[in-house]
Design a protein around this ligand. Sequence first.
Ligand code: SAM
Length: 355
Amino acid sequence: MAALKRLVDRLAAERGLPDADMLALLACGDGDVLSHLFARARAAREAVYGRDVYIRGLIEFTNFCKNDCLYCGIRRSNARACRYRLAEEEILLCAEAGYRMGFRTVVLQGGEDPYFTDERLCRIVRALKAARPDRAVTLSVGERSRESYQKLFDAGADRYLLRHETATKAHYGRLHPPELSFERRMRCLADLKAIGYQVGCGFMVGSPWQTLADIARDLAFIRRFEPEMVGIGPFIPHRDTPLGAFPSGTVDMTCKLLAIIRLLLPNALLPATTALATLDPRGCEKGMLAGANVVMPNLSPPDAREKYALYEGKASAAGETADALSDLKKRMENIGYRVTIARGDHRILPTGKQR
Ligand code: SAM
């Protein structure tokens, strides 16, 4: 095991590992090695961000989706999904309630809903910025044209989350219908970066057919792409999807990957995701102790939250009401961290394009 601990040290020092070594680390389940990995990841995170935990207010504003991703509960073929979309005023009200609670970032996430044209989305982004100029606006609304991304950026959007889902083209093909393409997903990510967004990519841990070699490719992609944010969470099956009978990903593998990603990209903003909290009531704490530094409590109205069912048993990440937020603060304090209301931008400005 000493050899594997040395690999962890090498990963921390060199921000990467040769493929064979990365695979050996991915396969390792030894408690001592993992404790060492988590300790190095926490040290790396604390060197950049201290003990601050950033909060992002998530608004799931539509579950209409024109796509048919095989794993996702809001895929267009799921006739049992109860569809909703929030009105513009509702979105602004949720964001304002969040602002008053201390949220300086709002994340608008939704299915790919054609109702939200560039014009409508730009209007919402502009209204959010006009109401609270110090608030960061993050979008997570899937694949759009470069022109569309540019318009949204010009309207004031600061950040964009678009998980790459898997860096292995054949695996991408198994998780998605033929009309969705790996190349287009990657091109969208490149466009977002070129425009100047702070960009987040990421993938599901334990998605059907995922191998350790696939994960190693995901990590190599993340290292190359150098996103400002990385969103990973366990795959959780949804019974009304074609992949509903596959097992969930695990909390342990997710935490291991959070730690590895922290060492690959010490400056990354890494959320402990809702999917992690869904599988384990202490998922959020475990994610933090593995190197995460962001939590994304849900600010959507309660009935919307229920209907935005990507997978089964979705938890509410604590923090969506004033009481729940103070509970989250206590939980973070109990593990030595501190929820801050700072906007929590990425700490390095690589291109000079960031706001
Ligand atoms: N439509 C946008 C997009 O494609 O990026 C944003 C919404 S999409 C539902 C957000 C993310 O949810 C996806 O990138 C995917 O990784 C995750 N997701 C979907 N189904 C999931 C499942 N069954 N288990 C875990 N995560 C899932």
